[in-house]
Write a protein that binds this ligand. Sequence first.
Ligand code: ADP
Length: 465
Amino acid sequence: MALKRVPLRTIIKVVGIATLPSLVVLSLFAVNERLSIHSFLFGYIAVWVGTWMVVVPLLMNLRALTEYIFDLSEDKKTLVPELNVLKTIFNIPEALLRLRAVWDHKAMDMQMVIREGEVIVDTLPDILLMLNDRLHIVRTNRAARTVFGQNLAKKKIESVIPSRLLLDAVVAVNEDFRGREVEFRLEEPVVRDFLAVIERLSASDKGGVSLVITMNDITELKSVEQMRADFVANASHEIRTPLASISGLIETIRGPARDDDKAIDEFLEIMAEQAERMRQLINDLLSLSKIEMNAHTPPIDRVDFVKVVQREIKMFDLIAREKKVHIVLDVPDDVPDVIGERNELAQVVHNLVGNALKYGSANSEVLITVRVTTELPPDIVVRSHTRMLLFSVRDEGEGIAKEHLARLTERFYRVDSARTRQVGGTGLGLAIVKGILTRHKGVISITSTVGKGSVFSVYVPLYDA
Ligand code: ADP
């Protein structure tokens, strides 16, 4: 690389300063008449020329060195200049080359760390938003863009997330530098709950990142929390009702009905019924809790489903005869086994046949069918099984209105609470069926016609499917 020229004024200034001591010495000699004026002039010019010849290349080298250092500080990729003069004195070019290599290496390392950081931030499942001190969005990660839209940069936080709670917390953190956590809800486009953690960075450039907000969608967590609270409230209510009835009757027997044997008999019968209801309820609650506990360990046994059905139906013989309901079992030969847990599958059969008898009309028929099928109901997506066992129970009862169908498998959901209690239901039977089927990777489908009856169909994976 060619070296640039040095301005003449600079050269003259430097040569002038460098030759000043010689000028003083020569002048002293001339004043004391030990040097003629010609010799003085000749001597000084010789010193000038000599100094000039040394200083000019040195200055050119120094100028190139200075420019190179400026380029380095601005991260410009210029070549190290050929500093011949400096090289002969201190080998400065070699020192510069090494400095440049270390500098480049460190810059590359830093860029890699930054890129890694960006990838990590971008792939974080948590939503991340970075704001400047005027509460404009500066940076986001992919999760944030997926939830709140692609073009978030430079927008005000409140225009992207319209929540008063969040905004107040962000403003407060921005002012007092104390991090905060805030839970808030967005109603649009669907109701979602979020938990946000807001932190203030201590120092930032003007317009740079001042606030970091990380957020989690806690909608599901909230709804599970709510479901648990509802469940406990419902269960307590269900237990308290028969208990209150039993306590009331005990008081009556002790007091006003003390000597009325007929009434006492009647009351004792009601108390026995209520106690039975409590027993059933507690059994169902225990079943549900057991199913929940095992939910993540799929069953592995080979079960002869037809045998399970035949055995369960036998248990309903007496009730069916009392209600004059004719149970018809339609099972082809050679039905293959299913994967499952025998007791749980027995409970599915028990609850569905039990319901058909409970809610079916007197003098009617309950048709129980077992089939192998590849046709699943259209609203149901089952991933791994193409052939499944279909077990369906058809009753001739009053049927269920359409709007109730989707909610029948919720815990304690009843179409008509008074009527259900009257027939001895706990409101948990179908929730238990659904829980068991989920664990078995099976499904339930319900169809019904008001005034005609209902069909409850369950699909269970075959052992050899
Ligand atoms: P329960 O123990 O109260 O019967 P389930 O969970 O088994 O609870 O059923 C929930 C509700 O679904 C019942 O309360 C009832 O209203 C309705 N139901 C269930 N099976 C039938 C059926 N075969 N016919 C009509 N309604 C039914």
